[in-house]
Design a protein around this ligand. Structure first.
Ligand SMILES: Cc1cc2nc3c(=O)[nH]c(=O)nc-3n(C[C@H](O)[C@H](O)[C@H](O)COP(=O)(O)OP(=O)(O)OC[C@H]3O[C@@H](n4cnc5c(N)ncnc54)[C@H](O)[C@@H]3O)c2cc1C
Length: 131
């Protein structure tokens, strides 16, 4: 895979893919790096998103990824970013498995981490019967 990009997007869920589509359509060379663990991964159905009501979150993000990757300017890399080093012109981005990529700009779309209270069963029920 090519290693130099205009923009690297860290996180390839809804926010990252959305940014990827806008930039890709603007003919920017983009790489989306994603570790595949969105915050809603446990929830069975998504709601309040017109045209997608009741769909599984993964169904929505898979369709989004398919549509974004139709733009030849956008690439996708599975992986977890562990290090970013600012160099004079670029950012050097390293993944857990040691791959290195460079970009002029970064977008951090890595989401938020929900902190679960220490209550037995809470985490297992999150997004299912605990809202
Ligand atoms: C239980 C639950 C149910 C929800 N239900 C609904 C609903 O019904 N309707 C609705 O509209 N919204 C719902 N939401 C909210 C919705 O899921 C979030 O608004 C949305 O997921 C935010 O998207 P995001 O791209 O910012 O982050 P996320 O979807 O969390 O994605 C972040 C991505 O970044 C990746 N990442 C993180 N760190 C790195 C790294 N260092 N390197 C590479 N990749 C990385 C993760 O693996 C992940 O894929 C729900 C949320 C939760 C928690």
């Amino acid at each position: 895979m090519e290693n130099n990009f205009d923009v690297i997007i860290i996180g390839g869920s809804y926010a990252g893919l959305s940014a990827g589509m806008s930039l890709g359509r603007s003919l920017r060379k983009v790489l989306v790096i994603d570790s595949g663990k969105p915050c809603n991964m446990q929830t069975p159905h998504s709601h309040n998103f017109l045209t997608h009501d009741g769909k599984a979150p993964k169904e929505i993000s898979s369709l989004a990824k398919e549509q974004v990757l139709q733009y030849k300017t956008v690439g996708f890399q599975e992986g977890f970013v562990t290090e970013i080093v600012k160099q004079s012109e670029n950012f050097e981005v390293q993944t857990e498995s040691g791959e290195l990529f460079n970009a002029k700009k970064l977008i951090l779309a890595s989401g938020v981490k929900d902190m679960m209270p220490d209550i037995p069963g809470f985490a297992e029920c999150w997004g299912i019967s605990v809202i």
